[in-house]
Ligand binder design. Structure first.
Ligand SMILES: *Cc1c(COP(=O)(O)O)cnc(C)c1O
Length: 231
């Protein structure tokens, strides 16, 4: 897999999507989703200008992250997080957790971070596709959810994350991203000390161009960078 070439290809398409909507490419962060990839593949990606890496399983992240020797700017956790794995995850010092959809998990993270006087940056995962199998809170629950987290002093809510509908129908995918963007805009007016709507994490290999057009500023991309995954 030629990561440099793939990355260039992705950034070209991002630039086109940006120009369509009058956005600047520099607003957009590319998070390389490294789940299932070996340390060697990750090291190689880091050599080719990847600086943000994302894993979706605590156990896999524990096995890999400490072994990475190359420099990266940030490690993000993007998978579903169970409270009982929160402690192990925090040991890896994630710069961002994208996938919060339970107040109990957030409470646990707050408690653990409090002991270390640390701050944990999180995004709230929203289910914009209406699929029951997907994680995430309902869009209409978001405000109440965030308000209920106001007391968590060691948590910083920095935005929202969603997974678009898995379909070939572009309109349906776009609709998911629009729901998130509207919600994001609405929540910006919330005045809450531990909440600042900065990041919209949406767009994966099959839909990142649409996501950029709809306002994403963190793209989570695995396959388009590294090729198909072997589980
Ligand atoms: C695997 C994964 C991605 C990346 O998926 P690709 O289609 O390989 O780009 C993005 N976000 C989440 C939450 C994932 O689990």
């Amino acid at each position: 897999m030629d990561i440099a070439k793939n990355k260039t290809e992705i950034m070209k398409k991002v630039a086109v999507a940006c120009s369509k909507t009058d956005r600047d490419v520099s607003e957009i962060q590319l998070l390389a989703v490294t789940k299932t990839r070996s340390i060697e593949e990750i090291e190689n990606a880091l050599k080719h200008g990847i600086s943000l890496i994302g894993e979706n399983k605590v156990q896999e992240a524990e096995a890999k992250i400490p072994l990475i020797k190359g420099k990266y700017e940030q490690f993000h956790f993007i998978g579903h997080l169970q409270s009982n794995k929160a402690k192990k995850l925090l040991k890896l010092k994630p710069d961002m957790i994208h996938s919060i959809d339970k107040l109990s998990t957030l409470r646990k993270l707050n408690e653990l971070a409090g002991k270390e006087a640390a701050l944990v940056n999180v995004l709230i995962q929203v289910n914009t596709s209406g699929e029951e199998s997907k994680f995430g809170i309902e869009p209409q629950e978001a405000k109440t959810f965030i308000r209920s987290a106001a007391e968590f002093e060691n948590i910083k809510i920095q935005g929202l994350m969603t997974i678009g509908l898995f379909t070939d129908d572009e309109k349906l995918i776009r609709n998911c991203f629009r729901i998130l963007k509207l919600l994001f805009a609405d929540l910006k007016s919330l005045e809450q000390a531990n909440c600042e709507m900065k990041y919209l994490s949406m767009g994966m290999s099959n839909d990142y161009e649409i996501a950029v057009e709809e306002g994403a500023n963190i793209l989570r991309i695995g396959t388009a960078l590294f090729g198909p995954r072997n589980y």
